[in-house]
Design a protein around this ligand. Structure first.
Ligand SMILES: *[C@@H]1O[C@H](CO)[C@@H](O)[C@H](O)[C@H]1NC(C)=O
Ligand SMILES: *[C@@H]1O[C@H](CO)[C@@H](O)[C@H](O)[C@H]1NC(C)=O
Ligand SMILES: *[C@@H]1O[C@H](CO)[C@@H](O)[C@H](O)[C@H]1NC(C)=O
Ligand SMILES: *[C@@H]1O[C@H](CO)[C@@H](O)[C@H](O)[C@H]1NC(C)=O
Ligand SMILES: *[C@@H]1O[C@H](CO)[C@@H](O)[C@H](O)[C@H]1NC(C)=O
Length: 647
């Protein structure tokens, strides 16, 4: 087990790629062009201009910066969207028989699609055919797209100087460290109040930043409808580029049924982006796969109460699997039933709450206190990826149960010097994009009183024991008040919509943060939309390998086969009927390609790709973790725990 259990290493997936197993640093880092940051040397353009990049990871990667207006009504200021494409294996053949590129969004909100593409682009291509380009882009405010939505960056020291993201990062770290002391919501009689005050203070910082920039900053223009419009621009720019290339090479392309339309796979928050796109541009829908479905009505309301509907069921699956596999589960004791494992878990958490143990970090020489909140946060994270992480969770809990606390030191890094990071482009990955997008998506400004917060929390605590973590996250938007342009038509996606091609919705039976209930509900909002339920627990269907689900996606994208819409009786989704798929793996019974009989080589390739996607997505921060902080954890040797847990 690695510190990946924290779910904080955004780039963990690179450990799976051969290229990344090479030298610690990619060649040539330092003086000349930093190969991790090819962006500065790419001139932004209103057309797509592809430049080779990240070729030490894969020779088929190309980068572009597409210029779009910040405000749809004005030409300036501009936003430069960072895109990475994994080109088809045979570029000439691909132009003759053009396939619309698959755009992806990894969720967050605020997850950088460029980095996701770097880590799992080849795997996605293996699932959907290597004659199809795959594109990851950083939505406005996010990642390598400029400007970055950073409330903390110091204003430019002179006219035309850049903002100082680095000093902002140090201030942010200090702030997070101080605020970590409050713990989770309700963990003391003052915690909720101080968490709320902290978020309001940061929101004021954002408001002041926006004012410094004349009220026309990315902070007020990062909401999802803008991103949906940017995706239309990407599709248009793509077709223009294809026309230009085929003309130049005198190729007469074959008919492409999705020409000028969006082909897209969105995960988690990415489903909200997809649904918003479909709602605003229904006639631009080519193929939309929405996996791990966000309930648009709740997400755009002040408090997303229904999100954790099935979270505790996923935890219960942990107890069941642990009792089921017996000795293979370190937390198992003789004759255990699931309820016994559950009791042991409760006992461990009670123990940490009553008197958190501490030790001196053996490597970094500083005191570590094992707060219950930290451990519960870790447990919550593992619910996203049971197949990959339940065994590690059992090991962690057993280590706590047996009092071998010091053996958990691997969870804690050192706050080593951040010096030397001034010039590191990755610093700009630490941002407030999640806040700007999520809060910008609220249909009205959120201004909840403490009593209202407590009421919401009490109500949600009846649904899930992780309500404190979730409501704490939702509080990020309390007091966010940056004016924004009028909501776009069709937004939020809450009306019956007839799209030019039906959408495909995917959900696990038990998803800790985007329940199946939401997938059924959203599918019913779009004419003819199909739904596939995958019999598994975890966030998004890609959290477990299922050849059945992958084939459904493939048939949908490649052959336009849409599973039937869910058949339900009124609001009663429990007795509803829709397509289902089983998985090829379970916790403690990971998919083993060498022990599987495949129909053909193609299926084997696909199954191996699914393993890569599962591991990549399992280590990606989505709901519950701030992506930018995770990125920093990789670049610098920052103190991971302080950055991640202090919110
Ligand atoms: C690429 O495709 C073209 C046209 O289909 C074909 O003639 C060529 O041999 C292919 N190249 C490679 C390297 O496969
Ligand atoms: C939150 O704290 C209050 C006061 O300590 C307590 O009465 C309440 O039960 C707690 N709520 C939950 C859901 O634990
Ligand atoms: C937010 O709510 C508080 C308490 O209800 C109120 O005093 C305050 O004026 C509100 N803030 C704004 C900016 O509306
Ligand atoms: C938001 O700001 C506007 C104008 O600055 C103000 O009128 C309004 O009361 C504020 N609302 C909240 C909820 O803060
Ligand atoms: C949806 O649009 C299609 C094509 O534009 C049309 O044939 C169909 O009747 C529409 N369906 C509904 C329910 O409006």
């Amino acid at each position: 087990m690695t510190a990946g259990l924290l779910g904080v290493f955004l780039f963990t997936a690179f450990h799976h790629s051969k290229a990344w197993r090479g030298p610690e640093k990619p060649p040539g880092i330092g003086k000349k062009v930093d190969p991790w940051n090819p962006w500065a040397s790419i001139t932004p353009n209103k057309n797509l201009e592809w430049h080779p990049c990240y070729q030490f990871v894969n020779p088929n990667f190309q980068c572009a910066r597409l210029t779009v207006p910040l405000n749809q009504n004005r030409q300036f200021p501009e936003v430069h969207i960072a895109l990475i494409m994994l080109a088809p294996k045979n570029a000439t053949a691909a132009l003759a028989s053009p396939k619309s590129p698959l755009l992806i969004n990894p969720g967050g909100p605020g997850g950088p699609g460029t980095l996701t593409l770097l880590s799992m682009g080849p795997a996605l291509q293996a699932v959907l055919g290597d004659d199809r380009p795959v594109i990851g882009f950083d939505p406005r405010g996010v990642g390598f797209t400029s400007p970055s939505a950073d409330c903390w960056a110091m204003p430019p020291a002179c006219d035309g100087c850049p903002e100082d993201h680095f000093t902002g990062l140090l201030n942010r770290l200090e702030w997070n460290t101080v605020n970590m002391a409050y713990g989770q919501l309700n963990s003391s009689n003052v915690a909720t109040k101080f968490i709320d005050i902290g978020h309001r203070a940061v929101n004021n910082l954002c408001r002041d930043k926006n004012a410094q920039l004349g009220g026309e900053s990315i902070l007020g223009h990062a909401a999802t409808p803008h991103v949906a419009t940017d995706m239309v621009r990407i599709v248009d720019a793509w077709e223009q580029w294809v026309d230009q290339e085929t003309e130049a090479q005198r190729i007469v392309p074959e008919f492409n049924p999705t020409k000028g339309k969006l082909v897209y796979w969105g995960f988690s928050y990415g489903t909200y982006l997809g649904a918003t796109f479909a709602s605003m541009y229904p006639d631009r829908v080519g193929r939309l796969v929405l996996d791990g479905v966000v309930d648009a009505d709740y997400y755009s309301s002040p408090m997303w109460t229904e999100s954790l509907l099935d979270a505790d069921k996923v935890l219960w699956q942990f107890f069941e699997y642990c009792a089921g596999v017996g000795q293979k589960c370190p937390l198992y004791r003789k004759d255990d039933k699931p309820a016994d494992v559950s009791d042991r878990y409760a006992e461990i958490i009670r123990g940490l709450e009553a008197y958190p143990p501490s030790f001196t970090h053996p490597d970094y020489h500083y005191p570590v206190v094992l707060h219950a909140d930290i451990m519960r946060g870790l447990v919550f994270r593992t619910l996203y990826s049971p197949a990959a992480q339940f065994p590690a969770l059992a090991d962690l809990l057993n280590t706590l149960y047996e009092g071998r606390f010091e053996q958990l030191s691997y969870l804690f890094a050192a706050l080593q010097s951040a010096c030397g990071l001034q010039d590191n482009a990755m610093v700009s990955l630490v941002s407030d994009a999640q806040r700007a997008i999520m809060c910008g998506d609220k249909t009205t400004p959120v201004n909840l009183t403490l009593d209202e917060i407590n009421d919401q929390y009490q109500a949600m605590a009846k649904l899930s024991q992780f309500a404190d973590i979730w409501v704490g996250l939702m509080l990020e938007c309390n007091g966010w008040n940056i004016s924004r342009p009028h909501p776009s038509p069709g937004y939020p996606p809450n009306k019956q919509t007839n799209t030019s091609f039906p959408i495909l919705f995917l959900s696990n039976t038990y998803d800790p943060v985007t329940p199946l209930h939401a997938a059924v509900k959203m599918a019913l909002k779009f004419e003819g939309a199909g739904l596939v339920e995958q019999h598994a627990a975890g966030h998004c269907t890609v959290s477990a390998v299922s050849r059945c689900t992958a084939k459904k996606v493939r048939d949908y994208v490649l052959h336009g086969k849409v599973p039937p819409p869910p058949a339900v009786d009124g609001d009663d989704y429990d007795g509803g009927k829709w397509t289902t798929c089983d998985t090829d793996e379970h916790p403690w019974q990971a998919f083993d390609a060498s022990a599987t009989v495949f129909a053909d080589e193609e299926e084997k390739k696909m199954a191996e790709a699914l393993l890569t996607i599962r591991d990549t997505i399992g280590s990606q921060p989505r709901w519950g973790v701030v992506s930018g902080k995770d990125a920093a954890a990789k670049i610098g040797k920052f103190d991971v725990k302080r950055m991640v847990i202090a919110r």
